[in-house]
Ligand binder design. Sequence first.
Ligand code: PLP
Length: 387
Amino acid sequence: MADAAQGVPLLDVNRDNRPHREEFLEALTEVLDSGRFLFGPDVTALENEVAAYSQSENAIGCASGSDALLLALMALEVGPGDEVIVPSFTFFASVSCITRLGATPVFVDICPDTFNVDPEAIREAITDRTRAIIPVHLFGQCAQIDRICQIAGDRDIPVIEDAAQAIGAAYHSRPAGSWGAIGCFSFYPTKNLGGMGDGGMVTTGDAGTADRVRLFASHGMRPRYYHQVVGINSRLDTFQAAVLRVKLRHLDKAVQSRRVNADRYTRLLNESQLVAADQIVLPATDPNAFHVWNQYALRVGEGRRDALRAYLSERGIGSEVYYPVPMHEQQCFTQLKFDRDALVETERASKEVLNLPIFPTLTEAEQHRVVECIAGFYASGARSAAA
Ligand SMILES: *Cc1c(COP(=O)(O)O)cnc(C)c1O
């Protein structure tokens, strides 16, 4: 067994939250005493703050990032017979929002260097039935959203940015979530702006779209007990909003820590010679992107990813694979048609990607330990590709 004291967690939510404990308690107590657990003033305040932070005209709180995506498609009236273009290398929620409405996901491949959706693949996948495009800003780095919006704009197809992992990220200095017709954010605890439970937000520059998202998020009800459309119940509660307002005040500092941590991994891993020996590939940063490093994603070649992960795990080093099974290979999507030959990079990424601890309060000593352990794995040479 590894010495627990030398272990490094993938994520330590408590350590990140501890410095703000008093602020949280104060904000939560206020909500408790107000008794306004839904539609409290913190919800509107957070909506305004996130709108300003992401440079969007409107922001609408909802119950999760998954709901934000679903509400976006509902507001655009996507339904049966419609196609929505989406990368296969993403989290399930980017795709389930499409199938839930009876529409058809059209999977496209990623760029091998950034793991982000390939704009050319999007262009080639557009048909007369394409009703929306959902680029995902994976791991905290924007996809080539300028080109994607241009390709979509030429055909008048709305872009819905899945910015669940990318609040605070930017492309050409313009924030994630402000490029497309609609931006979708998640406040799941592991995200860069993580709550103490579930939460999400939709951003849009269009007041009419904002109004429709609000309508769909409240049972399609307006006025009370009169239902215009079949909506859902999706609310951000006041406790979450209060917590998130505290965290938003510290978000830029947390992002800065993640960026420092990413730079340090890059330096340490380069010094370890593993990169020069082609044993691992470091995550590429697009020079136009401001990366907020929700994840630090290595590529581990030669079929050794799972062996390295097991080696790290035995030594108490946390890591994760985002994502081991691409969406086009999921059991629940087997009825969908897709061209596997067009998803080569997606399949390769799912076999090679390994995500290291990168949370804001990760220490320098812990990063040294992670890198030493990775070097130890290759030095041991004992683990074969078959392991
Ligand atoms: C987390 C995540 C979501 C869903 O967010 P939830 O708040 O967990 O529902 C959607 N898309 C991506 C890319 C995510 O990482």
